[in-house]
Design a protein around this ligand. Structure first.
Ligand code: ZN
Length: 461
């Protein structure tokens, strides 16, 4: 079957390797209908003048935290850690309005496109107004994200988050967490409404904030509502050693062990961070089929710790990356950080590589992220493969990092040699997307930042 639109690339990353003379056909719905290798460009094909690689899914994002980037990088006294950062982050979470969130997310999503992501999973827990009455529509904050994604042209997987308690042993949220309140029924209703809205390039899964933020009965209730539906279920887990210690104290088990032993995990589950996992945790997750979402930039910024990357890879657990707090907004930096953290800790090189099957660390991590990202977003296909949305990145061989390199080194140089953007265009659903924020997007973002951070600003409603 020939598609409505044909793109031809001199080189493309198909099924984990470079292929030459690749014809990429796009159907009327903006998905790849056919990928043909070793075929000279037909007369009716648009020629792409650089190597083509899949874009990635950003599997973990809190859009509002873009408005906090650069504002938490000072230590005035004592020690600084995740919990101190979180208290300051709440100052933002408690004041941002739907209009401000739209402005911040529009800027952020443009930056993500530029960073090579064409789909973002929003772990969304800012459900309610900053103060006072309910919104006219209880999903006003979610719609702010969806319209920002639509305006910018990035795909969105909205994950309404269940958040019911402030910690292990608590039976409710703290006063400063009232915006987050959502039980399983609320989150499921949100999921259903987002799906029913039928917005282009928008789908939905569900999420639980964490084992400290959702009680066992909330998890059971959510699972009964979801039933056998094929959708992603995300949860923050084992990001902090204190969280592991609290879970041990409350349940006698580590968080990943608890989730596995309770029988919750299956391939739909996406375990965000999973930083503090021991070999038994990894084995339990591997048996369940669940995937993990590592956020190397944020985990470094927050001083969370390093995951056991060799352990996860060895166990064959699906893994991908996310930008989380938005201190990084491109996947090149995430993959580089992921590998470099391991090199620094282990005093070895090419930790992610698999000699014999995939000697390139960059290629092993990239292929893992292509496959893991698809699962995190609830897609059965992703990348340069028939049935996947026609998303792609066209590399720029004149980029500093790629100039003069043999084909087989291109992906290595994208991840480990970048100086500036290594690609020239970003495609979503068969169309090249502008990746510079239009002036109005930048202006609205700056206006929102002024409102949010001026000393006399009042919380939005
Ligand atoms: Zn997060």
């Amino acid at each position: 079957m020939s598609g409505l639109k044909k793109l031809h690339a001199p080189l493309a990353w198909v099924d984990g390797r470079w292929q030459r003379d690749v014809l990429l056909s796009v159907d009327a719905s903006g998905h790849w209908s056919e990928i043909t290798i070793n075929l000279p460009a037909p007369a009716d094909a648009e020629r792409l003048n650089g190597p083509v690689i899949p874009s990635l899914v950003n599997a973990h994002s809190h859009a509002f935290q873009r408005a906090f980037v650069g504002l938490a990088e000072r230590r005035e006294a004592g020690q600084d850690d995740f919990w101190g950062w979180r208290d300051r982050m709440y100052a933002l979470a408690l004041r941002i309005s739907p209009q401000q969130l739209h402005a911040v997310a529009s800027q952020l999503y443009t930056e993500m496109l530029r960073g090579g992501y064409t789909q973002v999973c929003e772990f969304h827990y800012l459900h309610h107004p900053a103060q006072g009455q309910e919104f006219d529509d209880e999903l006003d904050m979610a719609w702010a994200l969806a319209t920002a994604a639509e305006d910018v042209g990035i795909g969105l997987t909205l994950l309404p988050v269940v958040y019911t308690r402030s910690g292990f042993g608590a039976d409710s949220l703290r006063a400063d967490q009232h915006r987050f309140a959502a039980d399983a029924d609320w989150a499921w209703r949100a999921h259903q409404r987002v799906m029913a809205a039928g917005l282009p390039r928008v789908n939905a899964g569900v999420a639980l904030h964490s084992l400290r933020g959702a009680a066992p009965q909330d998890i059971t209730r959510l699972q009964s509502l979801v039933g056998a539906a094929d959708l992603p279920i995300h949860i923050h887990v084992a990001e902090q050693t204190l969280e592991v210690a609290d879970c041990l104290k409350a349940t006698g088990m580590r968080p990943l062990q608890w989730l596995a032993e309770a029988g919750h995990l299956d391939p739909r589950w996406q375990l965000v961070h999973a930083t503090h996992a021991d070999p038994a945790d990894i084995e339990a997750v591997a048996r369940s089929g669940a995937g993990i979402v590592i956020c190397p930039g944020t985990e470094a910024n927050l001083g969370d710790g390093l995951c056991d990357l060799p352990g996860w890879l060895q166990a064959g657990v699906p893994l991908t990356v996310g930008s989380d707090s938005q201190v990084t907004r491109g996947w090149v930096e995430e993959l580089r950080w992921l590998e470099y953290g391991q090199r620094l800790a282990l005093r070895q090189r090419n930790v992610a590589a698999a000699p014999g099957s995939q000697p390139s660390s960059a290629a092993r991590l990239f292929d893992a992220a292509v496959a893991g990202g698809a699962r995190a977003a609830g897609f059965s296909a992703w990348g340069l493969t028939p049935g996947a949305r026609a998303d792609a990145l066209v590399l720029n061989r004149d980029a500093d990092a790629l100039r003069g390199l043999p084909d087989e080194a291109l992906l290595d140089a994208v991840v480990f040699g970048s100086n500036g953007s290594p690609w020239q265009s970003v495609w979503v659903a068969g169309r090249a997307r502008p990746w510079r924020a239009p002036q109005r997007v930048g202006d609205a973002f700056e206006a929102a930042m002024r409102e949010l951070w001026s000393p006399d600003s009042t919380p939005g409603s």
